[in-house]
Ligand binder design. Structure first.
Ligand code: ZN
Length: 320
């Protein structure tokens, strides 16, 4: 069980034995553990379509239960927060993955006041502070423009969410990158939900090595980076490899360059969110929830970690 709303017991991005409805904040696989074949799920239409494509499950979305709302979370296209205000007692919001800085490939986050906040803990440390997204994007665009005249730029990216953000960043400087088939299939779903992306597709199966691979900008799934690197190099063309992820703040990647372009909130953004949400109590969720709660407490907030999804049950039974 997670949150009681009328006839529903709504689980949050995870499998719960006694839940009868699963809220799926967005389509990344670490948030779809509760999705089963022929499931009815609570999510945006694009999340349903993306999860359906990845899992090949037939899925339906339920009508949003009375007293609940899905609020944009700014993390990727269609990503949502769950907001519940039954009108009888008090309100609660669960963020899922979220970010406050606007991505060119996602809706702007909506923040509402709530009595209880269940907040994601991806970046729990105050010392990790992302630069302004616009600045990072400008630096990336400058890099792409300066390198594509002397060689090919190759980004490795998650095929869902990050790849589409990178395509938008390229499109904004008039570049239509080459993508692999996996990314192209996700792009088609983005496009059917109103986000147009300009790109060309190269299927990168075996037996294509006689083709020309001198295209200036590539965005491919992580596991295809080595293959494309080899194919471009075989054309005697210089290749510049890159990644764009928040983890560039804490990890060194095996690429020529790495950009700290995150689709998550850092600690500073989390505080900004909390200040706007004004919760009476905060529960931190996900990896890093203990340290995040501790760091929030030292800032004067009433915060406590939710170590397992099921522990929400103990905290919220009859709360709503
Ligand atoms: Zn995510």
């Amino acid at each position: 069980m997670a949150i009681h709303v009328g006839e529903y017991r709504i689980s949050l991005d995870a499998k719960e034995a006694d839940a009868n409805l699963n809220f799926v904040s967005h389509a990344h696989s670490d948030h779809t553990g509760g999705v089963r074949k022929n499931n009815e799920i609570l999510c945006s239409d694009i999340t349903r379509d993306l999860v359906q494509t990845r899992t090949r499950f037939e899925l339906k979305t339920v009508e949003i239960p009375k007293g609940t709302k899905l609020l944009d979370s700014g993390h990727m296209l269609g990503s949502k927060q769950l907001y519940v205000d039954s009108g009888e007692s008090s309100s609660i919001v669960y963020t899922g993955d979220y970010q406050l800085q606007r991505s060119p490939a996602a809706e702007k986050i909506e923040i509402r006041r709530a009595d209880t906040l269940i907040i994601d803990s991806t970046y729990p440390f105050p010392n990790i502070v992302f630069d302004e997204k616009e600045e990072v994007i400008t630096a990336m665009q400058h890099y792409i423009k300066s390198r594509m005249n002397t060689g090919s730029v190759l980004f490795g990216a998650y095929s869902m969410g990050k790849a589409q953000e990178l395509i938008k960043i390229c499109n904004d400087i008039g570049v239509a990158p080459i993508v692999d088939g996996n990314i192209a299939r996700i792009n088609d779903i983005y496009s059917s939900h109103g986000m147009k992306l300009d790109f060309a597709t190269r299927e990168l199966g075996d037996g294509v090595i006689d083709d020309d691979f001198r295209e200036p900008v590539w965005i491919v799934s992580m596991h295809k980076v080595d293959r494309v690197r080899g194919l471009v190099a075989s054309m005697n063309r210089r290749i510049f490899t890159a990644v764009a992820t928040g983890f560039a703040m804490t990890q060194r990647f095996n690429t020529d360059v790495q950009f700290a372009l995150s689709d998550h909130a850092d600690f500073k953004q989390a505080i900004d969110y909390i200040e706007q949400c004004c919760p009476k109590r905060i529960y931190t969720r996900g990896q890093g929830c203990d340290i995040f709660a501790k760091n929030l407490k030292s800032e004067g907030y009433d915060a406590c970690p939710l170590r397992k999804p099921s522990s929400i049950a103990n905290l919220l039974v009859n709360y709503i």
